[in-house]
Design a protein around this ligand. Sequence first.
Ligand code: N01
Length: 540
Amino acid sequence: MPHSKNISEDSFDIVIVGAGFAGMYMLYKLRSMGLNTRVYERGDGVGGTWYWNRYPGARCDLESMEYSYSFDNDLQQEWNWKEKYGTQPELLKYANHVADRFDLRRDIEFKTRLNSAQYNDVTGRLDLTTNRGSRATAAHLVLATGNLSTPQPPKIDGVADFNGRSFHTGNWPHVNVDFRKRRVGIIGTGSSAVQAIPEIAKQAAHLTVFQRTANFSIPAHHGPLESAEREAKKARYDVIRASANETPFGIAKFGSPTQSAWDVNGAERQKIYEEAWAIGGQALLFTFTDILTDRDANETAAEFVRERIREVVKDPAIAELLCPKDHPIGTKRLCLDSFYYETYNRDNVTLIDVKKMPISRITPSAVVVGDKSYEIDDLVLATGFDAMTGAARDINIVGEMGIRLSDRWAAGPQTYLGIMVASFPNMYLITGPQSPGVKSQMILSIEYHVEIIAKMIDKIRREGLRTVRAKPEAQAAWVEHNNLVANKTLYPTAASWYMGANIPGKARVFMPYVGGVKEYRAICGKVMTDNWRGFAFSNN
Ligand code: N01
């Protein structure tokens, strides 16, 4: 099949939705197979998450030497990460570098949103329409739409009527936002807010934080990546990448813990937590085997963190408000910060508890809680995303026999391996629900899915087939397995976005696969060697 550069062509082998890290690698891979591939990207640049989330302080919470592509050794050898955890500008620069290096842009249609995708039972192709009024057909459709890409403004009366400047962290302006001399209000205290709050507080005349749920946050201990360390890691890159695949969450430095929290006495436990705290980041969750399965074990780690909060925050009442008590540590995404708790010692920062007394409304100039009005100039909404299913459900996707994806997933997503959905032939998800995706080093999981999808498409081409489908019984068994695995952990006990709990009316179902990257790869490997068990390849 000849490769096309013609933007007006409307018949593709494959259409990919999204030009973040998933879409870019999928494009690279399929193009290297000689396939006529088009990417639709709603932004006007590549980078996905790192294109949209430009709020002050935005950074990755995984170390960049790992959170980066591994598929091309020259790429990973030539790129020099400057800091331990990549900043948003550095990550966006990296995404642009990859796009340039592999000449990806010529197959990406920017400012283009896929409106609908309908499987055509007669042609066996997908009929597509976009927001630009264009139509296309494709033999295959890959949703590289991201798990945290549908920003969710809060459902609070008056939010649309606020008269000052209003920003959502997940859709931040592309210009520098100056908060000097401004009274700023921020709603939310998840990962985005925890990163933004210390930076905004440094600038603003006053920052008021509206907190509904306190979150656990661990110091990141950011810093420059010294060239000696960087080069040493580069020299062992193959070992680092390979060992990441053998870990629970695809992070080489965090292997499976080997002992229970109860195998050691209180003093030893404390010492182990202190060491993990000094490492920073997610280390605390990898201290003991039962941190995420045994409530009492979890509580020892949770209390350790609360003690650190009480040490840092000078006002005991504020410290207590900041101590999370309503969910086990790690069951909501652990936040990573730089001087988050210290920020509450500043005179220009106020913390307002909106749990007991929710925000009643937003007026053109204030956030109202009970009978108290907090006058602000700028409103920052750090209120999260319609996670994991929002982006796919925003597209009108219709499968075989008129089945709509949004109906199919009304009671929660169902997939086979997080890669395909029964009744939706030739449509693939990258890091979809019921795969380790969001519970892993994302780029590692992206690369694995891209490679599996490429193999499926290659098989169809080589064998002169037309379609691949996920078998409904394989999907049902996989969903059940996911639920069994999740229910052995504490994850489902938290009202998290993993559970869909942050979206009013969304089905409460635990969505990621938490059996671990190593286990997931073993399962997928077996599926493939077992003649693609659970998938049906056919001529119709
Ligand atoms: O969103 P969130 P996020 N009134 O959903 C609050 C990734 N990420 O953008 O918990 C008052 O976590 C809500 O309160 P509650 C990472 O995976 C990674 O911060 O629902 N408050 C919560 O505090 C992360 O987990 C990085 O009670 C309201 C907040 O808004 C994911 O993205 C950086 C409200 C939303 O928190 C999402 O993080 C940033 C209301 N009506 C993000 N509605 C890194 O890599 C919502 N809230 C470091």
